[in-house]
Design a protein around this ligand. Structure first.
Ligand code: SF4
Ligand code: SF4
Length: 338
């Protein structure tokens, strides 16, 4: 059994990550950033004229449709989200009495699965992984929350296999919609039991180390969570709460040993954004990286620049990972109606 303390090697340089360094946030708020207010889809018209497979009107329509729910969700302030809806009966009831936090943890996992989670784990809130500031520069304090429920959804494998196409990108977009649905409903379930709960997708804190502490997987060479069940073909959301729960105990998986010699994700990346070093290290690759943790640092700038070139995001490294179990196939295979 791997102890919680030995899950990460951290040195004295480590500081809580400031979300204003993150690329999506810089795109929104930093006028000196090269992609400030720029949309990844800017070259869509040019690509449509080329009529390249996987970059057709129907692929863009699928992708844009899949983004819709998340795009609405991410703009709603949390407090407003909590007060939305007509069913307020129950707000004045005393909190549900949790006699057995272990049993309550099983209930939460059942509820998460009911609302669509493929994997669920529980960890104590670790301040190290909470962002120091949000994208607007407000300090973040999560001291009112004791536990974090980390949930992963499996990305739809049907549309995957033709990355970096727009068809495959629709899987990522759909994943964000599912995360929005999942985190809202699990948080609402907890609030109706009379406890605090806060939804989170990419905001508030680093999802990957929280997922590792919740026992969902390991940080692979790819720079993403690699789970034994679906590899990196997952997306993560979380719910912070003070509901009494029992944290999970992360187990060994052999994933990191595989990553030392596999390198398929790094070899597949057209942008050379993934390290080919044999061993993880403290060597950062870009100003977006947060130093102080031993890992294979990726270069997010190289990756993001490729997305702009490609006119959509990319999943080529996810497809290449043997743990993802994805069959490489042309986009036309997805559209073939049998
Ligand atoms: S998403 Fe694409 S560009 Fe980015 S690291 Fe993976 S393969 Fe490279
Ligand atoms: S492709 Fe290979 S090296 Fe990359 S994350 Fe997957 S197992 Fe690790």
């Amino acid at each position: 059994m791997v102890g919680r303390v030995s899950l990460f090697r951290i040195d004295e340089l480590y500081k809580r990550y400031d979300w204003r360094k993150q690329l999506f946030c810089r795109t929104d708020i930093n006028p000196t950033f090269e992609h400030y207010k720029q949309e990844v889809f800017e070259r869509m018209k040019e690509y449509l004229e080329e009529k390249k497979e996987g970059y057709k009107r129907i692929d863009y329509a699928l992708n844009m449709a899949a983004w819709k729910l998340y795009e609405m969700f991410k703009h709603i302030p949390r407090e407003e989200l909590h007060n939305m809806g007509i069913f307020h009966s129950g707000d004045d009831l005393p909190p549900y009495e949790v006699e057995d936090p272990a049993a309550m943890s099983r209930v939460i996992k059942k509820v998460a699965s009911f609302f669509g989670a493929s994997l669920t784990g529980i960890a104590r809130v670790n301040e190290k992984w909470i962002y120091s500031h949000d994208c607007q520069g407000n300090p973040i304090d999560m001291k009112d929350y004791r536990y974090v429920i980390v949930m992963a959804i499996e990305m739809n494998p049907d549309a995957m296999g033709s990355s970096p196409s727009v068809t495959t990108a629709a899987s990522t977009a759909l994943g964000y919609a599912k995360l929005s649905f999942l985190t809202i409903h699990v948080a609402q379930f907890i609030r109706y039991l009379g406890y605090k709960a806060m939804e989170s997708i990419n905001d508030t804190g680093l999802s990957i180390p929280m997922a590792i502490e919740a026992g969902l997987g390991k940080l692979g060479r790819i720079g993403l969570l690699v789970t034994p069940q679906f590899g990196p073909r997952v997306q993560i959301c979380k719910v912070f709460t003070n509901l009494p729960l029992v944290p999970d105990n992360p187990q060994g998986s052999g994933i990191l040993d595989t990553c030392k010699h596999c390198k398929l994700c790094a070899l597949a990346c057209e942008a050379d954004a993934i390290s080919l070093d044999d061993e993880p290290s403290f060597k950062v690759q870009s100003p977006t990286n947060n130093p102080g943790v031993m890992k294979w640092y990726i270069n997010p700038e190289k990756c993001y620049n490729f997305w702009y070139e490609n006119s959509t995001d990319c999943s080529t490294c996810i497809e290449a990972c043997p743990y993802s179990k994805i069959e490489k196939k042309p986009s036309s295979e997805f559209w073939r109606i049998r």
